[in-house]
Design a protein around this ligand. Structure first.
Ligand code: IPE
Ligand code: IPE
Ligand code: MG
Length: 242
């Protein structure tokens, strides 16, 4: 079982337009997928689940769509809190959350604070998140610390950088799922995906349910992760003479 599954929840708009509906209907239905997948992951005992819900670049969408997504997020944060508590789910946020409208930010802060002691599973919500922006911020903080003499540049290693990037010591994702047939990262976890197994499915996010998560997990379990090294059990010797 992967320790950390990350999902790029894509295809809400196409799900709606295939049905002759407004894009907002796709987002609304996508919220049901979020609930279903969070609960399935919790039951499967996956410790960390990250959901890419709104990207840095998504701010460039039309104002009405952004407003709708923010309202939906606000509603999600307020209505799901009880379920999160019942299932002992800790919610954390990744991204430039200061950019979120004040009511959304407050609801997010409330949910994060109320669930902080839960130990059943961690759900990380990537909101106003961009991988490059996160790396730039980390570089800026480390440079400031070095300029102030708090660290020396040669003390900066992979762990130091990783600590500046993530909240709450979340490990790198083992599995990344992207729905809707797009085969790209779209500025999601750039540093963290170094050795993540990638899984792309044609299924649109509003149709994604527990069975689709199980299919992704089965694909993951069939992968052989080598991290650049050799798998002792299956590797042939380098030369015939040893
Ligand atoms: C994902 O669905 C939701 C967000 C990015 C917020 P989209 O809205 O990107 O749906 P498509 O890709 O247009 O179908
Ligand atoms: C990626 O989806 C962001 C989220 C799912 C939150 P997009 O729909 O924004 O990505 P592109 O534009 O197809 O790359
Ligand atoms: Mg999309």
């Amino acid at each position: 079982m992967p320790c950390h599954v990350a999902i790029v929840m894509d295809g809400n708009g196409r799900w709606a337009s295939q049905r002759g509906l407004a894009r907002s209907e796709g987002h609304r239905r996508g919220k049901d997928s979020v609930r279903a997948v969070v609960e399935a992951a919790r039951e499967l005992g996956i410790p960390y689940l990250t959901l890419f819900a709104f990207s840095h670049e998504n701010w460039h969408r039309p104002g009405a769509e952004v407003r709708f997504l923010m309202q939906l997020l606000h509603r999600y944060l307020t209505t799901e809190l009880k379920r999160m508590m019942k299932r002992e789910i800790r919610v954390v946020a990744l991204g430039d959350v200061e950019r979120l409208p004040a009511p959304v930010r407050r609801a997010l802060e409330r949910t994060v604070a109320a669930t902080a002691e839960n130990r059943g599973m961690t759900v990380a919500l990537a909101l106003s998140y961009g991988g490059r922006q996160e790396i730039v911020k980390a570089a800026r903080r480390l440079a400031a610390a070095a300029a102030a003499g708090r660290i020396s540049p040669d003390q900066i290693d992979e762990a130091t950088v990783a600590n500046e990037l993530t909240v709450g010591g979340i490990p790198d994702p083992d599995l990344l799922i992207r729905t809707s047939g797009e085969i790209r990262i779209s500025n999601f976890f750039l540093f963290q995906l170094a050795y993540t197994e990638l899984y792309f499915t044609e299924t649109l996010w509003p149709d994604f349910r527990e069975r689709d998560l199980l299919a992704a997990l089965a694909a993951y379990q069939a992968r052989q992760r080598r991290f650049g090294a050799l798998d002792g059990a299956t590797a042939a010797p380098l030369s015939a003479a040893n």
